[in-house]
Design a protein around this ligand. Structure first.
Ligand code: BDR
Ligand code: CA
Length: 323
């Protein structure tokens, strides 16, 4: 199993990233850190704890991370994710799982990286504030991480401005810092890739009608409700009516082709040096610096087998339901 640490800001689509990291048989989830982003930090943390309750998981440590970006003021995405970060579902107000306070999130991430040195992969589905602070505090851990799989950016494609994507735009300084420092270990899932992974009406129906119902259908209603809300938000804001792109679990899934050489994932990438603009009108844009193959560059995901992705995502949800 691939040991992974998940840094996230749930967030409708982050919920599916957590499910995949927890219940796909190829991953061993070591811990979770939360970050500001889709909603204020207290809410992204609460949503994480509540989701773990919903899927009956009580052995994953959740650390609360950064409340604000490195330089810019925070901004949230209520239009896309609701004011709580999870539009379309009501998560319990009181959670059994609690924030882990035995050490700081930075210390916890460092210890996990040292424990699983050379194998551990970070998955980042929110802003990169936490990871930027981590490598500033403990630069020696960079060499111990195998890959950092990031949902963020877009190549000449944006969702906040014409060419800037939300995670990079919200903390461009952190995004650029992490990319410069960890370039050759980064697997990037930009919008160009995640926009191919749509939760269509057929997919949403499959989510609702579990193959085998083992528990009360209220479990299915939560995930169906989240995607219905997300789908309506995409239609309202971007006029996308096929269904919402389900960005964040793509960053989880994209680790598979890099850790299983014999697997058929239909995964294609380009390897390029990139940077993220931190100032001015182009703030948050990811720019390819030199459009030629570069061994020091980021792996930029281009394509994956979308049907296989959904089969495995829905399998993970089945496992979660039975858990
Ligand atoms: C990214 O921004 C957030 O709104 C989503 O959770 C995803 O991580 C997409 O741009
Ligand atoms: Ca996210």
């Amino acid at each position: 199993k691939i040991p992974v640490w998940l840094d996230c800001d749930p967030g409708n689509d982050d919920v599916f990233a957590i499910i995949l990291a927890l219940f796909h048989p190829s991953f061993k989830l070591i811990g979770i850190s939360t970050v500001h982003g889709n909603a204020p930090l207290s809410m992204t943390t609460h949503n994480t704890l509540a989701l773990l309750d919903i899927v009956n998981v009580h052995n994953i440590k959740v650390y609360e991370g950064s409340q604000i970006p490195l330089v810019n003021p925070p901004k949230f995405a209520a239009e896309m994710h609701g004011h709580t970060g999870i539009g379309g579902a009501t998560f319990p107000q009181v959670t059994y799982n609690q924030i882990c306070q035995d050490m700081s999130y930075l210390e916890a991430m460092k210890q996990a990286i040292i424990k699983y040195e050379g194998n551990i992969c970070l998955i980042c589905t929110g802003t990169l504030t936490n990871v930027s602070k981590l490598i500033t505090a403990y630069p020696e851990i960079k060499s111990k991480i195998k890959y950092v799989s990031i949902m963020g950016g877009g190549i000449k494609l944006g969702n906040v401005t014409e060419f800037a994507e939300f995670n990079f735009h919200t903390d461009p300084h952190a995004a650029n810092h992490v990319i410069q420092e960890l370039s050759s270990k980064i697997i990037l899932s930009p919008l160009n890739l995640t926009h191919q992974v749509i939760a269509t009406k057929q997919i949403r129906k499959r989510i609702y009608n579990a193959r085998e119902r083992t528990r009360n259908s209220s479990f299915r209603e939560i995930f169906f409700g989240i995607l219905t809300f997300y789908s309506e938000a995409y239609a309202r804001k971007y006029g996308i009516i096929d269904g919402p792109p389900i960005h964040d679990p793509v960053a989880v899934y994209s680790l598979l082709p890099f850790n299983d050489e014999n697997g058929e994932y239909g995964y294609k990438y380009l390897r390029r040096k990139i940077k993220v603009e931190t100032e001015g009108d182009n703030e948050g844009e990811s720019i390819i610096e030199n459009d030629s193959d570069d061994k020091e560059g980021v792996f930029i995901g281009q394509k994956l087998d979308v049907d296989k992705f959904w089969n495995e995502m829905l399998d993970a949800l089945d496992v979660a339901e039975k858990h």
